[in-house]
Design a protein around this ligand. Structure first.
Ligand code: SF4
Length: 773
């Protein structure tokens, strides 16, 4: 049988291996029917210990350290795996990680990852993982229906709620640095766009799609008449992901794009990279990759153990060495395939066949047809997309924004990423509530006028509302807000819809369209009905109607107010309850005098920006959509704020137009940087570095220091440029310049910045140096 290996080390040359999958626990608390450990041909788990004994763990750590030392490896990756690794409990996990690090870290850099179903993830375990710098990947197959199709407990109950709770925990500020990403096993019976939206809603740094395990003996599910259903399914997501401007990394697609340019795949599913990996089972035996378990009973066995053999011994075995070889080790069919440089035969395990020509692994993948189509379609889709829409490579965008500014097209591109993020977050909220009536209404509008839905998804506070709803312990509010968004989209599209909403202390918001002010400050259910040019609000004690064709405000209807700034406009946002996410209380409905004062102040502030601070004007024009009036400070202090999840909006108390201009520039810098951080890492999320800054007495986390320095650089620049017009200018310039240069130096002194982050800070430093002293 192909792939079987004896218990004697091969006679070949040893090779360096840098990845080790450590089976610290051999059992699982889920009974997923697509699991390769328990549900496929290899049943060796039945004879192995439940957990890895301390002596075996120490032997494994010693073998890894010995190997890393012998080959002078700069780093090794250890993946804590199972079964389910969380079942060892926090105390034992602490011991395991302490032992591992004690032996390996003196020799090389240790990169620790855990792959888990997430069901038992809780703060005590997260504290241990955080202390030891472990990053956590969680398995999730999409929305509730998709996930619970396979990922179930032994009693048949789905695991979706537990996994979502684990992901919510990983998104909290305390544990966000642990969050490595999601692993999704494809099932073509699931709606690909719902799966995509559900995954995106979890805001993962990265997603990987796994083709379900199959061999030529046990081919994958293929609906009748569809020869490449996996390519079709993935292609739907690929196109949406490109259209959404790639809001998260998807390893399979990134791998396809990279290999199209001759780069590495970064994915075992596309065989372009060598697989220098070993598995260490709970009993200490070395095995080949887990996925080979699907081939036949005993398929991954090597006959070697950490108790008796070195990693060098393992690496000499023919099957291990074969995984390190290139195209020449593939089947004859693959070697002559036009896409072999990108596919490389797919996942090794998927090549297995028991009998006939090419028995063993000397075959193309059982997914060959899908892989071929997927590679070719992906190349074509990417070519068309990047030719049409991509403004520049991400590195260029980072450099441009890092300079402190950003062209209108670049900031517009950043703004264009936001609706996809908002859409995913809204989907997560709906999924959490188990109801989709408002979502369906939004979808009905979208089927007629996609632009109308895009307009409400671009509303800054739609995302802020969704994030608030998804917070652990968030207090209700139901889907009323979503009903308001659907009604607003229907108003924009001129489409008839009816949605349920809640009157909240006399207010119902239709964000971007207007606000209903009920004649009394009641709270209670209502229904919004949009029909032609009419909006009906059917409330607890009466029915109101609004003629949408007439733009005037009435006592109970305030259409969205725009301040025209000459070719573009800012919305005065005084009705949306979700705007109450800033540090200070938002002002209520503006009366005519207050509205006029804001129009005048914003018009004059924009004139100041265009005249005195023109380099910031294109970015503001492309990205600033709303200003939220705040209550004034009783003592007359300035107030202004940006919310991390409300890109495109600035909250401020009314002030002198010159100061308002500087506040808008200052706050929008935070928004720009936040939107950039949605797309790329400028600093190492694992770092616990703290940066001394001039504007706070205590050292700040890296992200806070980056945000501060980026905004303060712009304020320094503003006072430098306005020094002639304001007597405070020179003094304020000196203050903000000192804070900026100090923080730049401190950031450069850490090792916490990624290469992109270093470039970002260098660009900012170059701008500041250009001002002279
Ligand atoms: S597409 Fe098929 S033949 Fe081509 S490399 Fe992949 S598995 Fe081999």
């Amino acid at each position: 049988m192909g792939g079987a290996t004896g218990g004697v080390p091969g006679s070949g040359e040893p090779h360096p291996l840098s990845q080790f999958v450590l089976k610290i626990n051999g059992r699982c608390d889920l009974s997923c029917d697509h699991c390769y450990v328990y549900e496929h041909a290899d049943q060796s788990w039945r004879t192995k210990p439940r957990t890895m004994a301390p002596a075996v763990l120490r032997a494994a750590a010693g073998r890894i350290a010995e190997h890393a030392h012998a080959w002078s490896l700069p780093r090794v990756r250890v993946v804590l795996h199972g079964g389910e690794p969380l079942l060892v409990g926090a105390a034992r996990m602490d011991e395991i990680l302490t032992d591992l690090r004690a032996q390996v870290e003196p020799v090389t850099r240790l990169d620790l990852i855990m792959q888990t179903n997430g069901v038992r993830l809780a703060p005590p375990m997260c504290d241990v993982l955080k202390r030891h710098g472990v990053r956590v990947g969680v398995s999730l197959d999409g929305d509730r229906a998709a996930n619970d199709l396979h990922r179930r407990f032994a009693n048949g109950a789905g695991s979706y709620d537990q996994v979502r709770a684990a992901l919510a925990l990983l998104r909290t500020p305390d544990y966000r640095e642990l969050y490595a990403g999601l692993l999704c096993t494809v099932d073509v019976r699931n709606d690909p766009l719902r799966v995509y939206a559900a995954l995106l809603a979890e805001r993962p740094p990265e997603v990987d799609f796994l083709l379900p395990h199959a061999t030529w003996d046990e081919p994958p599910l293929r609906p009748a008449g569809d020869f490449t259903p996996y390519a079709s399914w993935l292609s739907v997501i690929h196109q949406r992901w490109l259209a959404d401007k790639r809001p998260m990394r998807i390893r399979l697609f990134d791998g396809l794009h990279s290999t199209a340019d001759g780069g590495p795949s970064g994915s075992e599913q596309l065989g372009a990279d060598v697989v220098d990996m070993a598995v260490i089972e709970t009993d200490g035996r070395y095995e080949q990759a887990d996925s080979i378990k699907i081939a036949y009973d005993g398929a991954p066995a090597t006959g070697l153990s950490v108790l008796t053999h070195s990693v060098d011994d393992l690496s000499r075995l023919a099957p291990i060495a074969a995984r390190l070889a290139g195209v020449e080790a593939l089947s004859a069919v693959c070697r002559s395939c036009p896409v072999v440089d990108q596919c490389r035969g797919g996942l090794y395990a998927h090549r297995f066949r028991t009998t006939g020509t090419g028995s063993g692994f000397d075959n193309p993948s059982v997914y060959c047809a899908d892989l071929r189509v997927l590679v070719e379609q992906s190349n074509e889709e990417s070519k068309m997309h990047f030719a049409d829409t991509e403004p520049d490579a991400l590195g260029s965008i980072v450099a441009e924004i890092g300079s402190g500014f950003g062209a209108e097209s670049t900031i517009g591109w950043l703004a264009d990423q936001q609706p996809a993020i908002t859409r995913a977050l809204l989907f997560a909220v709906i999924d959490q509530h188990g109801s989709n009536a408002a979502w369906d209404a939004l979808a009905a509008v979208e089927s007629v006028d996609a632009g109308a839905v895009q307009r409400v998804l671009a509303h800054p506070y739609a995302r802020a509302w969704a994030v608030d709803q998804l917070r652990p312990g968030a207090v209700g509010g139901g889907l009323s807000y979503l009903g308001g968004l659907a009604a607003a989209a229907a108003v924009h599209a001129g489409v008839a819809v009816e949605v349920d909403v809640e009157i909240d202390r006399g207010v119902v918001a239709l964000p971007t369209a207007g606000t209903v002010y009920w004649p009394s400050p009641v709270t209670g259910p209502a229904r919004l009905k949009v029909e032609q040019d009419q909006l009906w609000i059917i409330g607890p004690d009466r029915t109101l109607s609004v003629n949408l064709a007439r733009p005037e405000a009435t006592a109970w209807w305030q259409p969205a107010r725009w301040v025209d700034l000459g070719g573009w406009g800012i919305r005065l946002e005084d009705g949306d309850p979700a705007r109450d996410c800033h540090r200070w209380t938002p002002a209520g409905r503006l009366d005519a005098g207050a509205e006029r004062a804001w129009r005048d102040a914003l018009t004059e502030a924009w004139r100041v920006i265009v005249t005195d601070l023109p380099a910031y004007a294109p970015g503001l024009r492309a990205g600033l959509r709303a200003v939220v009036p705040l209550e004034r400070d009783p003592a007359g202090a300035q107030r202004a704020s940006t919310a991390r999840d409300a890109f495109g909006s600035v909250a401020a108390a009314l002030t002198d137009p010159g100061d308002l201009a500087v506040l808008l520039v200052h706050e929008f810098q935070h928004g720009k940087l936040g939107a950039l951080l949605d797309l790329c890492d400028l600093f190492d999320g694992d770092s616990d570095a703290r940066i001394m800054v001039g504007w706070k007495p205590e050292p700040r986390p890296v992200e806070a220091a980056l945000q501060g320095v980026y905004a303060h650089a712009a304020v320094a620049d503003a006072w430098r440029l306005r020094a002639d017009q304001d007597p405070r200018g020179p003094e304020l310039y000196a203050k903000y310049l000192g804070w900026t240069t100090g923080a730049i130096a401190a950031l450069r002194g850490t090792e916490a910045l990624t290469p992109l982050g270093v470039d970002f800070v260098d660009r900012l430093a170059a701008t500041v140096e250009g001002w002279g002293s």
